[in-house]
Write a protein that binds this ligand. Structure first.
Ligand SMILES: C[S@@+](CC[C@H](N)C(=O)[O-])C[C@H]1O[C@@H](n2cnc3c(N)ncnc32)[C@H](O)[C@@H]1O
Length: 337
């Protein structure tokens, strides 16, 4: 029988599995999700600064720890700074440093000198410990799941049903793929529009297959393709702009001609990003053959429905992130193709 307690990367014992779900109060879920995103984004910025983006994996913090340690390349000082950061509990000094990280990593005169590296590795250690203290990806997913509970208005596929019923209502036998699925109880699975909904996620959940979409074998025939792909709050979860682009390309491979993609992002990804807004997103998707049918922005989320048309023969202008907004308080969300 699997133990309900496991060791964290810092060696502390922590609870895993359903026991965590019991201790996350609904009013805390948003806070947890925001904190998780904050930490992951800051870690991404530091890793980019250190040219260390390769291989970090939100689903495996132990592996991340090993990768970061390996990047110190036996430099005892750097690994000491990293361990030093890990040993620090939540504190205002480190939080303030995280908040001004943007100016540190974007300072043109900042060469990767010893003092920068010391700060960065200490912050990395601190972030790792904070993610660990939060319970890592598992707690985040449980918080997201709680956020979806019926009656709390959290199931984004309610809008998917509303938008696609007029399009798919008469089509019998439609099949859907839900990437990042946390439950078989969501509207996408219950609305009756689909003969089958294939649900996948990086982690195990009841009624959901554990699979990394990026490793799902490519379709060999039309039967392996989908009428609709749902990608709700997943792209923002993917660690960098290139990998998000790769996921978008891959979704196209899995769509039937004229198939639909339903995408949900935190509203901040289109409203408060240096590298993304709704119009850029629309152009970027158009370059891979996706035409916008519907969109909606709530206080917290941005929803959109695209349909696959014929892709233009050449991909143009989306291989690099271009700054379209500037100012304090913006995030670095972006997608490149
Ligand atoms: C915030 S949850 C979103 C849950 C749900 N779809 C929703 O709308 O609330 C993001 C989920 O995306 C999943 N995810 C991220 N990358 C993935 C990938 N490559 N393949 C499968 N699932 C992935 C994560 O495991 C995580 O559970």
């Amino acid at each position: 029988m699997q133990s309900r307690r496991s060791k964290s990367i810092t060696g502390k014992r922590k609870q895993v599995g359903n026991s965590v779900a019991r201790v996350i109060k609904p009013q805390k879920t948003r806070k947890i999700i925001r904190r998780f995103h904050h930490l992951i984004n800051k870690r991404e910025s530091i890793c980019q600064f250190l040219c260390l983006t390769e291989g970090l994996d939100e689903a495996n913090e132990k592996k991340n720890d090993t990768i970061i340690l390996a990047s110190t390349k036996g430099n005892a000082n750097l690994s000491k700074y990293y361990e030093d950061g890990k040993s620090q509990a939540f504190n205002e000094v480190m939080e303030a440093q995280l908040l001004k990280l943007h100016s540190l990593v974007n300072n043109e005169t900042n060469s990767k000198e010893a003092c920068d590296l010391a700060t960065m590795y200490t912050l990395l250690g601190y972030i790792m410990n904070q993610i660990d203290a939060l319970g890592g990806l598992e707690t985040y997913q449980i918080a997201s799941q709680n956020g979806q509970l019926k009656g709390r208005g959290g199931d984004t596929s309610k809008l998917l049903e509303k938008w696609t019923r007029p399009l798919l209502g008469n089509r019998s036998g439609a099949i859907a793929l839900e990437i990042g699925s946390l439950s078989s109880e969501n509207r996408i699975s219950q609305c009756g529009l689909f003969r089958e909904v294939v649900r996948i996620d990086l982690q195990n959940h009841e009624g959901v297959a554990k699979q990394d979409f990026m490793e799902r074998p490519l379709p060999e025939s039309e039967n392996d393709r989908f009428d609709l792909i749902s990608c709700s709050l997943v792209l923002n979860f993917v660690k960098n702009h290139k990998d998000r682009g790769a996921m978008c390309h891959r979704m196209i491979e899995f769509l039937k001609p004229q198939g639909y993609i339903f995408i949900v992002l935190p509203q901040a990804c289109v409203a408060h990003s240096r590298y993304c807004n709704e119009s850029l997103l629309q152009k970027l998707f158009a370059s891979i053959g996706l035409i916008l049918l519907n969109s909606h922005q709530s206080d917290k989320l941005y929803y959109c429905l695209y349909q696959l048309q014929k892709a233009p023969s050449q991909l143009k202008g989306f291989s690099k992130r271009v700054k379209i907004n500037d100012g304090p308080g913006l995030n670095n969300f972006g997608i490149t193709l």
